[in-house]
Each structure stands twice: as C-alpha cells, then as structure tokens.
Design a protein around this ligand. Structure first.
Ligand code: SF4
Length: 705
C-alpha cells in the first residue's frame, strides 16, 4: 500500500469558486471512501493558462470537512427554527432519516401547499455553484412540477441589473470579449470591481497587460490592490458612479471623440442620450463625484482614442438602486466610441460564482426560460409547453427579495432551496431569516448545514463539484466540464438525482439517466447551446457559447457585425443620476459598503470550512480610514459595533487607507458578524437587485480585542 498522503492518481476538473473558470488537475491519495485530494495544480486551460489563486490551490479541503452532511435530516417536532440557536450542536434540531422517508416528506410538504394554496404559494432557489444540467432541471421542476415561475438564484444579488441593461441595450446578457483579450487592449477600465480578491487569475492577466503598456484605469470608491498597477485611479464618492460615467460621456461628446460612423450604422437613440449626457460636464460634477475634471477628461480621451479599450465591472456597479443606469452608461460609452466588436474592446461584467453565467443561461430566472426566452411571450411559452409536455403559468415569477417579502406576508408558504444560502446572502437578514423560518415547509439541499439549512424542515445531503460530472459556463462564456475527483461521502447523492426524485414524487414522469441526457435536452431548449455536444465537452474540455450549430465557428468576440436585438442595432438609453435609497444623516453619518475578501467565497459556507483559507482569514473584520478610526477613538485590531436601522454587529476594525473617509468596508462571509444584518433591501427597479453597496451606518468603539 502506498503511504497515506502520496497521490496515486490525478483527475482533470475545474475550480469550484469564481467565474474565471480555472482548469485544474487534482492529485488524489487513498482508497475507497478514504480518498482525499492531496494537492491541486493549474492546467493550461483557456481561462487560466496554468495559473491558480489561493482559493483554487488550497480551498479543496472543504469537501472532506467533518461538518459535511452525509445523511438526510428531518426536523424534530417542536424544535424552534433559528440560525445558530445551538452553536455547539446545530444538528440537535434534526433526526437522521432514510432517503425514502426524507424525499417523501420533502415532496409531500410541497405538494400539500400546492393543493391547498395554489402553485404560486411555492418557490425555489437554484444554485450558481451547480452545473448547467442541475440548473436546467431545477427550473424545469419549479415551472412544470410546482406550476409557477417563482424560481431565481444568486444572480439576482450580483449582476441582475447588468443583465437587464445588456439585454435592453445590446440584446445579450453575456460578456462581449474574454478576459484574456486584455492582451489586445490599449486601455482597460475596471470599475466597481476588485478582481485581485474576487477574480485573482483574471487580475493577473490585467496586471500583465498593464506591465506591457496597456493603460489601466481603476474607478472605485475603495482603492483596491489592482490600483497599484493603474495608470489613473478615480476614487469617486460612493453613489456618484452615474454622475462620473455621464461626465465621461459628456467629454467624449463635447470634444468630438465619438465614432459617428459606428453610431450611424450600428446604434439607435444616440440623440436623446447625447442631450442627457451634455448636462453633466465634469467641472459641474466634480463636487459630487470627488474627481477633478482634468482627470475625467484625460480618461475619457484615452478611452475614446483607444485604439482598443475594454471595460470590466463588478458588483460595485450593479448592486445599487441605480445599477441598471450604471450599466446603461457603460454600454453607451462603448457604443458612442465603437469600442465593441473587436478583440481588445467590449463590455465584460465579471461573473461571480463559477456557474452564474450558466445558471442564468439555463433559466434560473423568474421572467425568462432557458436562453433568456421571455415567459411573458405566448409563442415562447407554447414552445416550452411543447418541449416539456406541460401547461405553464402565464405570469413571470417573483425575484429573490420579492420571494422573501411574499414569504414574510404569508403568500409563499413552501420553498425548495438547492445550494444557496439566503439566510446569509439576502439583505436585511433578520427579515429574510424570519421569512424562511415562517415557511410551512422548507426543503434545503446542500453539502453543509448552512444557516439556511438550519431553518429547514428537511435537509437533503448533496454533492460538491469534486464529486460530479457536469458542464459549467465561466465569465468568458466558456462551457467546461467537471469530472468526479472523489466519491460521494456517506449517503450524499448527486444533485440532479435528488431533483429528479422530488419531481417524480410531485407527479412528473422523469427518468433521466444522468447529466449527459439532461444536457442533450438542454441543448434542444437553448439555441445558443445547440451546437455544443457532451462528447465535445469531454473531448475538447471547453467550448465557447453561443454555438448555434455543431459546425458553427466559435465566437470569443461577439457583436462584430450586429447586435442580437430585434433590429440588430445597439440602443442608447438616457439616464439621470439618482441618490441612493438611504443616505447618511445625523444618526447614521457613515456609509457601509459590503464586498468580499481574497480568501473567502460568498457566504463562506465552503471557504470557511477549508482549513488553509480559514487560517489565513479567520475572524470577521471591517476596514476604516485611519482618520475615521481616530475620530471614533479606535485603534487597529480593536473592536467596533457597526449599526444600521436594521441591526448591529461587533467585529475587529483594521486601518485601511484605501477605504474612503466616511465609509466602512466589510465582507459578507462571516456568520459571527453577518454584514447582511445591516444592509437594506431597496431594489433597482429594473434588475430587482438590492443596494448592498450603500446604506447609512454608525460606528461605536466596543473594546480592546
Ligand atoms: Fe478558482 Fe477563481 Fe481562483 Fe481561478 S481565480 S483558482 S477559478 S477562485
């Protein structure tokens, strides 16, 4: 027998964390159920070229954490529902059950609510961490088995406003160019994003391009590590993004730097946008944005002149009540200068989770069927009714926060949550947790007893990425294949199998043999995946979507000749700067900005159970400017209380000159001090995304750590 930790085999698969979609080789030791990953190394994938970040390299140990769920659980009678009611033994609220009993119980509760209160009393959250096949199957279950379109997922909390603006403006919610196109870019704008923490391998390509001479412009209220490589850094006031982008557009128009031929041939609506933008010259906007007019003019000229300029953005752009307006401005900048449709140009919303692009493509959206085909259009509904052999509801469903509100009001009574953790990720968590706890029946399918699972009536132990075959679509629209590296632990099951079991118990005659068969049906439902085959994914390892036919060429750069809108034209949409939903005042004089840190991923359910990552960043902390810390009377490492109108938390404070005076930054991955207890649920009216990036806050000294 080989020694315990000497790898004896290796498996090529994917990273389970961010949307960059790095390809890895996992080196595995041990036999049978005792197998474990010993180390991981980057492969020469199209998105990573052998590179990895700390999460990909060291984050895999969560899959064998001792807290992994290995048997179905049913809540004991009479046990109250709450998050961390018994932190020493969170499993005490549950008893173990057989799969047969747990599945019968889960499906019977959902069916009972449907019978008594109608299909729209049910809702489901699918997962951007699962495969395309799992996402497709989950939304199909909710639409055909539950009988409602109340199905959504975490894209609602990250890029829903981006997708709304992109569909409206250029007819596609996906990126126009891959990250590695920075190789051809003369100028790169990164706005409202912190790729060094959230897309580290993408950040490494941006750094390389900057070192080779491409001008990097960082625009963000917080100065993040990538700014060290920047040509210009515009640290604008939180909430002044629309004003800054309009003033950039104003300069381009005023100084005659637009591309009239592109505007005339490829766009519509420029005149109205032009009139709106000319109202916001940078000299007038400087007191609002905090950025000197000369700097805005310099950046605007460089972007327009390129010759090739590309824009990346993240949740600093999208998670506002004006998130859609922000993205409308970015689209307008690209359209008015013709900076789209060529290598090194374009629009790239950096997608968050490893399959948030695919989960959205596959239809985990309440107003869209797979491939962004609108529920409200009768001919689209008829097509899916024919494909699925089921009568479908006519009205689009509710979004994530709307579902929580409906649950709170008693209109939604039962939910199925697969691989998401709204009890940590939703805004105003007290409200969200009370809504989940108040449900008559909550089914949670996950790999850990997450904060959401703690509120469940039944918990179904599922598969991690390391245990499944499946296709995943990264931020570049690359569809890539994961392969099982480890066996399922205990009695845990494949997610597609669990969804199918629930479907069968709700009266659907499903009999999928596995992911390959599900993918085959998915390609019949989705024209943009129609040319991708399972065999190609297994053989080539990555295929670029859209691919409308097997013989169709790959399209890493979209929109070269037209846009997929009704008339082929890109559309300008005029916008006006609007204030955030909750402004600082005498009681709450500061601003809270939430985000992520390098070592942890989203709600921390995976990375905080990965020993190396948790050791690197083990305690909740927030960042403040040293001047604000002096005013508050706190020193680096001491404790503060952060309080908003919705709640308060206590945590360590760290001095950070990159955090703007008057604001506090913290990540939302720490259950001990959950940032979303503080955030507020005001929504962007178009994307229905909450304003995680701005709410009024006060800070108090709490004590010495
Ligand atoms: Fe994984 Fe993203 Fe890091 Fe790549 S950059 S290793 S995909 S977390």
């Amino acid at each position: 027998k080989p020694p315990r930790f000497v790898p004896t085999r290796k498996v090529d698969s994917l990273c389970p964390f961010c949307g960059v979609g790095c390809q890895l080789t996992y080196h595995v030791a041990g036999e049978g159920a005792a197998q474990k990953i010993v180390f991981a190394e980057g492969r020469d994938g199209p998105a990573n070229a052998g590179r990895l970040c700390v999460k990909g390299r060291y984050g895999f140990t969560y899959s064998r954490n001792r807290e992994r769920l290995t048997v179905p659980l049913i809540r004991k009678p009479g046990i109250p529902k709450g998050v961390n009611l018994d932190p020493a033994n969170p499993l005490a609220a549950f008893r173990e059950a057989s799969w047969e009993e747990a599945l019968d119980f889960a499906a019977a509760g959902l069916a009972r609510i449907k019978r008594a209160h109608g299909p729209h009393a049910l809702a489901g959250f699918g997962s951007a961490k699962g495969s395309n096949e799992e996402a497709y199957l989950f939304q199909k279950l909710v639409r055909t088995g539950f009988g409602t379109h109340n199905v959504d997922h975490c894209t609602r909390l990250c890029h829903a406003s981006s997708v709304a603006a992109l569909l409206e403006g250029i007819g596609s919610g996906a990126v126009s160019n891959p990250v590695r196109d920075v190789e051809f870019a003369d100028l790169m704008i990164v706005i409202g994003a912190n790729p060094a923490a959230n897309h580290p391998v993408a950040a490494s390509f941006i750094k390389n391009a900057a070192e080779r001479g491409s001008k990097l412009v960082m625009m963000d209220p917080r100065q993040t590590p990538l700014a060290r490589h920047a040509w210009r850094t515009l640290q604008f006031r939180p909430d002044a993004d629309v004003a800054l982008l309009l003033s950039t557009a104003c300069v381009i128009i005023e100084e005659g730097l637009t591309d009239p031929a592109f505007i005339a041939a490829r766009t519509e609506g420029f005149d109205a946008f032009r009139e709106a933008a000319l109202q916001y010259p940078p000299e007038r906007m400087a007191p609002i944005t905090g950025i000197e007019a000369d700097t805005v003019r310099e950046v605007a000229r460089a972007y327009a002149r390129g010759p090739n300029s590309i824009i990346f953005w993240g949740m600093g752009v999208s998670q506002h009540t004006h998130g859609t307006d922000n993205v409308r401005c970015l689209i307008a900048l690209a359209l008015m200068t013709g900076q789209i449709g060529r290598p090194g140009t374009g629009l790239h919303p950096l997608r968050g989770q490893n399959n948030v692009q695919g989960a959205s493509d596959a239809g985990l959206i309440p107003m869209m069927f797979p491939d962004y085909q609108r529920v409200a259009e009768p001919e689209v509904r008829a097509r899916f009714e024919s494909l699925w052999g089921a009568k479908l509801a006519e009205e689009p469903g509710l979004t994530v926060v709307e579902i929580m509100d409906a649950a709170s009001a008693g209109r939604i009574r039962g939910m199925y949550v697969e691989g998401e953790n709204p009890a940590m990720s939703d805004p105003d968590l007290e409200h969200a947790r009370a809504a989940l706890a108040g449900l008559e029946h909550l089914v949670v399918q996950d790999i850990f007893l997450t904060e959401t699972a703690m509120l469940a009536d039944v918990v179904l132990p599922a598969s991690s990425l390391y245990e499944k075959s499946g296709s995943f679509t990264n931020t570049d629209r690359l569809v890539q294949m994961s392969q099982p590296v480890l066996p399922l632990p205990g009695e845990a099951r494949q997610d597609w199998w669990i969804i199918q079991q629930i479907a069968q118990r709700m009266g659907l005659a499903w009999d999928y043999a596995g992911p390959a068969e599900i993918f085959g049906e998915l390609t019949r439902a989705m024209p943009s995946y129609a040319g991708i085959t399972w065999a190609a994914l297994e053989g080539e390892g990555a295929v670029v979507a859209p691919k409308i036919a097997v013989e169709a060429p790959s399209q890493p750069v979209l929109f070269q000749t037209d846009f997929p809108t009704r008339n082929g034209l890109g559309r300008f949409v005029p916008v006006t700067p609007l204030p955030a939903a909750e402004l600082p005042d005498a009681d709450y004089p500061m601003v809270l900005i939430t985000g992520r840190v390098l070592e942890h991923w989203h709600t921390g359910s995976m990375t905080r159970r990965a020993e190396v990552l948790d050791a690197l960043d083990p305690v909740p902390w927030c960042g403040m400017h040293p001047d604000d810390m002096a005013k508050t009377g706190v020193s680096h490492g001491e404790h503060v209380e952060l309080e908003t109108r919705r709640g308060q938390i206590e945590l360590e404070v760290r001095a950070d000159e990159g955090v703007q005076r008057g604001s506090v930054f913290m990540a939302f991955c720490y259950v001990e001090a959950a940032a979303n207890l503080l955030t507020q649920p005001a929504l962007d009216p178009f994307g229905k995304i909450p304003e995680f990036k701005y709410c009024a806050l006060r800070v108090r000294f709490k004590g010495v750590f």
